[in-house]
Every structure is written in C-alpha cells, then in structure tokens.
Design a protein around this ligand. Structure first.
Ligand code: FE2
Length: 234
C-alpha cells in the first residue's frame, strides 16, 4: 500500500493520500486548497491516478481542495450524507464501504465536533496495519471542540466511546489536525492516555467540553462558507 501523511502548517492540518499500488488509483482525505499543486505533483510523481477526494467534515480552519482537485483531475468528491456542501459528487452513509482499486475504507458516522463528521476506517490486511482517520472528532491526546457548527459534546462522547474506541486496540489513529507535533497514535493509547477520555460518564465529558472557552478559528468566517461551495471564495 502507498500511504502518505502531509502537513499544512498554517492550520496544522493533516492530509492523507492512499493507494493500493504504484500506478494505481488513489484517494485523498482532507486536502487543503493552498497545497493543491503540491498534492498534484506528488500524485504525479508516485504515478497515481486520483479518483476520490474526501472531506471528513466541513472545516472551519482551512479551505478545502476538493473543488480544485476535482477540476484538475475529474476525481469524485465525497462527504457524509449530512453534509450541506453543495458540490460533492457523492455522499456516503454510516457503514458504507468506500472503494477504489485494491483498497477500501468504511465510513463511520461520528458526529460531535460537527453534525456531519465521519471517520474513515481502513481494516488493514496481512501486510498493512489497520488505520482510522478520525477527522476532528478524536485527536491525539485531545478531542475536537463541540461549541460551533452544530457540535454536541454528548454526540462526541457517543462517537468516541461507542464507536471509535470499539475498534481494535492496535488500530492506528490518524487525526485531521495536530498542534504539538504528534503524527499518529493508537486506539489503546488514546483510551489510556487521552486526558479528555479519563472520565467515568458522558456527563463528566460534557462538562469538560463545555468549559473549554476556546477562541473562534482565525479562518472560520472565510473557511466555512467557502467549504460549503467546495473551496470557492464568495
Ligand atoms: Fe474541524
């Protein structure tokens, strides 16, 4: 399998490129608009053909490259069924299998950070470890804020404890962001060491999330409307 984790410094966003083999079809998760040329160059250098670009949710801190990648490569653009983005080609549902040549992911509906957030699970095989791409729902040693974009700490708790933490312990966790330099974790590691998850009840978690008092993301007023139009400015 070909797997690349790319980092966009301004918004501390991770983008993931996956393909089953050199010369084959590729998919990309959470691409950032400013990185479009770089991504296209990498895809070209690896001899891949981009067929699918996915956003885990509508981002508030960066503008998506979904529209730009679709224009450049004619790839399919995809988000979850609850997404209000106008230009996604296809919408996936909870449990749906998302397949390209030689590789498939399972969509897991994980609302909480937003009401349209999905995680994407790669089950792995004999040669490749299992991975879950958690968007902003489960971060490394943190969880995505729940105080805007129809976020809901109760749903975040349910998504994390009753869905993501039910995946096998050794599943690698790849979030959409990290602000401290972590690149990867595992389900077991987050269950044991993520400070937000050391709670005895949903109420305890909700209380933590309701007391974070975070500033709005710098780009929120630009990014959210643009992302609902697949990355085009007003
Ligand atoms: Fe987000």
């Amino acid at each position: 399998m070909i797997f690349r984790q790319l980092f966009e410094r301004e918004s501390s966003t991770y983008t993931y490129l996956l393909a089953s083999r050199a010369g084959g079809e590729a998919l990309i998760i959470d691409p950032v608009l400013e990185k479009t040329e770089e991504l296209l160059q990498l895809i070209d250098e690896l001899g891949l053909r981009l067929v699918l670009a996915i956003d885990t949710h509508t981002h508030a801190d960066h503008v998506t490259a979904l529209g730009a990648l679709r224009d450049a490569t004619a790839c399919v653009t995809a988000m979850g069924e609850q997404s209000r983005a106008e230009c996604v080609t296809t919408r996936f549902r909870d449990g749906e299998r998302i397949a390209i040549d030689g590789l498939h992911l399972r969509a897991i509906y994980t609302p909480g950070h937003t009401d349209e957030s999905f995680s994407l699970h790669y089950e792995g095989d004999a040669a490749n470890a299992a991975r879950v791409f958690t968007g902003d729902v489960l971060l490394i040693r943190g969880t995505g804020r729940t105080d805007f974009q129809n976020g809901d700490p109760n749903r975040s708790y349910d998504s994390i404890f009753n869905k993501l933490l039910c995946l096998p312990d050794d599943t690698f966790v790849y979030p959409a962001h990290d602000y401290r330099g972590h690149t990867v974790s595992t389900i077991a590691e987050e269950r044991a060491h993520n400070p937000r998850l050391q709670v005895n009840s949903a109420d305890e978690y909700v209380a933590i999330m309701n007391n974070l008092r975070l500033a709005s993301p710098k780009l929120m007023d630009i990014a959210v409307p643009a992302n609902l139009r697949c990355g085009r400015a007003a």
